[in-house]
Write a protein that binds this ligand. Sequence first.
Ligand SMILES: NC(=O)c1ccc[n+]([C@@H]2O[C@H](COP(=O)([O-])OP(=O)(O)OC[C@H]3O[C@@H](n4cnc5c(N)ncnc54)[C@H](OP(=O)(O)O)[C@@H]3O)[C@@H](O)[C@H]2O)c1
Length: 317
Amino acid sequence: MYKDSKIYVAGHTGLLGSALMKRLIGDGYSNVITQLHSELELTDKNSIFDFFSTENPEYVFLAAGKVGGIESNKSYPAEYLHVNLAIQDNIFEAAQKYAVKHLIFYGSSCIYPKQCLQPMKEEYLLTGLTEETSEGYATAKISGIIGCKVYNQQYNTNRFIALIPSSMYGPNDNFDIEHSHVISALIRRFHEAKVNNHESATLWGSGKPRREFIYSEDIAGASVFAMQNADRFENRHYNIGTGADYSIKELASITAKIVGFDGEILWDKSKPDGAQRKLLDSTKFLSFGWKPRISIEEGLRRTYEWYQEQSVAQAAI
Ligand SMILES: NC(=O)c1ccc[n+]([C@@H]2O[C@H](COP(=O)([O-])OP(=O)(O)OC[C@H]3O[C@@H](n4cnc5c(N)ncnc54)[C@H](OP(=O)(O)O)[C@@H]3O)[C@@H](O)[C@H]2O)c1
């Protein structure tokens, strides 16, 4: 990927897409193209084919998709399945037809079985049933991973790259109550408890499950690295995580400190915990020489700074 290569970031306004934009522009890539959702509906095949035939992107980061938390996944499983399947099917076909050099597709750790040995290795894919709550989303993601593999096989290419990031967080994450992920939910809850002078904040579950998180800009860095090192990859998917996991209790206490909430943290044990542990084995990807750079404390600090700036900007509207 050269500095003047034509690069299309799909979903550039999102958590990962915005981190990719920051990284690519910061690294001096000068020909990055984007389209807002309102300008290009990625579930619409004709619009995508028109776009690819006009623009002919050489590299594609497919960071667009329908992404959300447990409640939203449970309520709208058909939408999670349909939107993600449609986007990836349309873009894979267009990338093949218009001879994109490399395309990165992003899976998710929920592709692995609900009951899975830890840390989760790439070869554990399809060795058991996925979590019921994210079945629609996980099935679409599994199709995308297999899609990368079989397009490469059938067309004898290494055009398609499937990366599986662990749970991401960072600026432009979704802080909406219904759609938020663990970290955005913790930040929002502690921030609101702090500004409203609450003496306690109640979190869901027991706090015991362990999870792995990676800062969005680290995944953006790994993605640029993957584009540059694509010729070294096998035709398979690669996990990307930090290798460190935290209990939700540990994470809550680090987040509360960064947000400045010093009240009591209470646990609503009537709410489900989910899997006890979710940790990716990222040995294969790390063996190429890439390393994550942002510690959880630094990532949380940057994310909270962004959240505060957003809250001030929104209050001013
Ligand atoms: N977040 C995580 O922890 C995580 C972990 C592993 C993998 N991933 C994967 O990484 C990718 C990016 O996730 P993210 O968290 O950055 O998502 P996100 O913040 O929700 O951003 C999604 C982006 O896609 C756009 N988009 C959604 N539906 C679209 C459509 N039908 N047509 C055009 N644009 C559309 C959104 O635009 P609008 O907002 O304007 O609709 C937004 O720019 C996804 O494939 C996700 O599965 C995410």
